[in-house]
Write a protein that binds this ligand. Sequence first.
Ligand code: SF4
Length: 233
Amino acid sequence: MATEVYPRCALCPVKACENHGAAANGEPPSLEKTPPFCVMKLMPEVFPASLEEYDKPETADFAKKASLQEAECYEKTPDGVRTRLPRIEELIQFARKCGYKTLGLAHCGGLAEEARLLTGILEKNGFKVVSVMCKAGGIPKERIGVPSECKIADPDEWESMCNPIAQAMVLNKAKVDLAVMLGLCIGHDTLFIKHCERPLTVLAVKDRVLGHNPLAALYTSGSYYRRLANGIE
Ligand code: SF4
């Protein structure tokens, strides 16, 4: 039976696309040592097509600013390259670079305090902040078919549904320059992304157990979270 071959950069041992050591205007990366699943072999047509998109004036400007911002997150020191900006500072710098005035915050009710703190910081840095919490609208979970026993607290009490579609609609209607997601749940974030029509970035994703740092489970997947690597039920 033929083995399915599909892009798997995550498993690539060579990362030839980084073209380390080549001169800036030198030869492009060689595919010689790349694995059979290398996307540059499997889908070579994607890359020129992507460049056509980058050549569109609005995208060109945005992409350049994003890469300039990336560079500003590092500094060259006598000891080598060091990182220097936390993501919140990066967000402020990038939003300024883009000339954004109004930011839209789509946040989870579980991160209401973080949303309040973030709003204060962003306002102090000159932005207008439109914010909308996931429970806005106050629609009960029954409306989307959630059975009582699947409520988080008391099955007999009102529990408002998370409404990421409404969050997106509010930020669309407010015509925010940049929507910022803060701690939406998995699935709710998917719906928000699908319905948000404004430029969108993520400040943080939700991880209830690990202080909104899901990668902590990866870093400890050889020890405390070995069950993940072993395959969970
Ligand atoms: S593009 Fe090719 S060389 Fe680069 S990481 Fe993916 S598989 Fe490896």
